[in-house]
Design a protein around this ligand. Structure first.
Ligand SMILES: [Fe+2]
Length: 210
């Protein structure tokens, strides 16, 4: 696809979260805007190559590098939108008993607590990346995965439902690197479970197959 319109940064009103300071969020929004800008920049440069309708052999090294960087920058943009989009002031630490998310977690892991232990475990993994809870669209089952950087370890075809940034910039102004578990706890106390649930694609109320 040749982008005809540049992407615009989305706005998120997250002031007043518990355990994640406004200062952190302001810095984080600026970083996110950098990914949007760089995605647009790469798309423009890639479109330049295609103006003559082909990619010449001598263009391949630069073209390849731009394409690789697009995976990083584009996912950097999109994952931050999922992340900010699943937080809210006044968010709760557990989904409602009757919620489709809770039912999916129970059907997939036996209980919400086991699902959470797995997700938190992924979040504590050493390295730079993201903890992801995906929904497998065909079955409605939930599955937690680690993404290195922004793009390594994405599960093709799975639907991101809950997304947690565990790059150190997400918490370094509030916690030390060794205090990542405290940040994860803070993240959980601000989850917008309504937004998470709205991302589920399997039919609401349908039995999740095991
Ligand atoms: Fe981030």
């Amino acid at each position: 696809m040749i982008a005809t319109e540049p992407y615009r940064p989305k706005q998120f009103n997250l002031s007043g979260l518990k355990g994640i300071s406004d200062r952190t969020l302001e810095m984080h929004f600026k970083l996110y805007e950098g990914y949007v800008k760089e995605t647009n920049n790469l798309n423009e440069r890639i479109a330049e190559f295609l103006k003559d309708g082909k990619v010449d052999q001598d263009e391949m090294p630069l073209y390849s590098e731009l394409k690789r960087r697009l995976g990083f920058e584009f996912n950097g943009m999109v994952l931050h939108e999922y992340y900010f989009g699943n937080l809210k002031k006044g968010g709760g630490s557990e989904p409602a008993r009757s919620s489709a998310f809770l039912k999916a977690a129970e059907a997939s892991f036996g209980s919400y607590d086991v699902w959470k232990a797995d997700f938190v475990g992924v979040g504590k993994m050493r390295g730079v990346g993201w903890a992801m809870c995906y929904e497998q669209p065909e079955t409605g089952r939930l599955s937690n995965h680690w993404i290195s950087l922004h793009q390594i370890g994405e599960v093709a075809g799975f639907n991101p439902v809950l997304v947690m940034d565990v790059w150190e910039h997400a918490f370094l102004l509030d916690y030390t690197p060794a205090e990542r578990p405290k940040y994860i706890e803070a993240f959980f106390s601000n989850i917008d479970w309504t937004a998470v649930e709205a991302r589920l694609k399997a039919k609401r109320g349908a039995t999740v197959s095991r």
